[in-house]
Write a protein that binds this ligand. Structure first.
Ligand SMILES: Nc1ncnc2c1ncn2[C@@H]1O[C@H](COP(=O)(O)OP(=O)(O)OP(=O)(O)O)[C@@H](O)[C@H]1O
Length: 345
């Protein structure tokens, strides 16, 4: 049984002004998240990602549909049951949301105090959590004395205080630089592997999905348009809207506008070769071109690594006799996907 299961969930907000339209933030949404998953939710701004997260921890009531967390129907819970549910779900935020008037230790202790943990148990638990996030030496500091990455580590320690089974991360690394992001992602991986916490990450950052998530759902207009294994969704998105979103985060096939610019510098034939793991290496393809006497220049693209599996798109400008180019492309097309850019004539 999935740990989190949403069926036909809808969330609508009333119009913000008289005569305005109802906002359908989430519509007919189905999603299953298994225990132990690190599940990425991606999509453009306004797609409904944050609303989805607020529905899971019942900060918002669904307009219709069913939300099961650990087998319990969230939409029918009484206030006391909701409080228990929320203790089992930690949350971290883009702006960290720490209490500036409390010390680091005070921030981490807070959810334990709310949960009425016996006083004698709080200090050792806080010490254990600060040790886990590598901030034992900052226990008496205040949030304003910390870097962004340190603040998020306090946020993580606080979110884990009541030993939740689920951690919701809403753009948790979006305010951090790449190196700090990497450290926080490594810490989240440990939260998953060492404590078995199921993590739902909302993000618009490819890096986060690439290094952290095991599964991903693409949201658009309040719906999930595509979901599945991260490698499959990113290397071969099937829906038009996920193709559009993925192309904004993965440097892949040049857009029409980019092609116009490339054409100005490379008037000859331009092809994009798409690699996915399991098919031919780049070396084999380049040697096919060389053997056919075709010169090439790499003009666009990149190779991505998702947890050791590789895919990418390389766009080449080719120079050579027309029949040699045709012959080489015919050979290469038996090994990788080849897309030739239309000529500008
Ligand atoms: N409390 C609210 N009242 C009215 N409309 C809302 C409310 N919260 C969200 N919305 C609307 O619901 C839609 C989805 O918003 P949501 O914040 O879930 O999107 P998002 O994908 O998380 O976007 P972002 O990446 O910008 O945070 C948007 O059109 C938003 O304006």
């Amino acid at each position: 049984m999935p740990l989190i299961s949403l069926r036909d969930v809808t969330k609508s907000y009333p119009p913000s002004s008289r005569g305005g339209a109802v906002v359908h933030a989430v519509q007919g949404l189905n999603l299953d998240i298994e225990a132990g998953d690190i599940y990425g939710i991606i999509g453009y701004s306004g797609a409904g990602k944050s609303t989805l997260v607020r529905l899971i921890n019942a900060l918002e009531d669904a307009t219709s549909g069913s939300i099961l967390v650990d087998g319990d129907e969230v939409t029918r819970m009484k206030e006391s049951e909701l409080r228990r549910l929320r203790l089992g779900i930690g949350m971290i935020f883009q702006q960290f949301n720490l209490f500036n008037s409390k010390t680091v230790a005070g921030n981490v202790a807070y959810p334990l105090e709310v949960a009425k943990t016996p006083r004698a148990d709080i200090a050792p638990r806080v010490a254990e959590l600060l040790d886990f996030v590598g901030l034992s030496d900052k226990a008496r500091n205040y949030p304003e004395q910390l870097s962004g990455g340190q603040k998020q580590r306090v946020g993580i320690a606080r979110a884990l205080a009541t030993s939740p089974r689920i951690l919701l991360a809403d753009e948790a690394t979006s305010a951090l630089d790449p190196e700090t992001t990497h450290e926080v992602l490594e810490l989240l991986k440990r939260v998953n592997t060492e404590f078995g916490v199921t993590i739902v990450v909302i993000t618009h950052e490819m890096d986060v999905i690439q290094t952290l998530a095991t599964k991903v759902a693409v949201m658009d207009g309040g719906r999930i348009v595509e979901q599945g294994d991260v490698f499959d969704v990113f290397s071969k998105p099937t829906e038009a809207s996920s193709q559009r979103f993925v192309s904004t985060v993965v440097r892949g096939v040049p857009s029409d506008a980019e092609l116009v610019a490339l054409r100005q510098r490379h008037p000859g034939r331009i092809v994009t070769l798409s690699f996915r793991d399991g098919n031919t290496s780049q070396g084999a393809v380049f040697s096919d071109l060389a053997q056919a006497g075709v010169a090439f220049e790499l003009i666009y693209g990149g190779i991505n690594d998702i947890r050791g599996r590789v895919f990418g798109h390389l766009t080449l400008a080719l120079t050579g006799y027309a029949d040699a180019v045709d012959r080489a492309l015919a050979t290469i097309a038996t090994k990788v996907d080849v897309t030739e850019a239309p000529s500008h004539e």
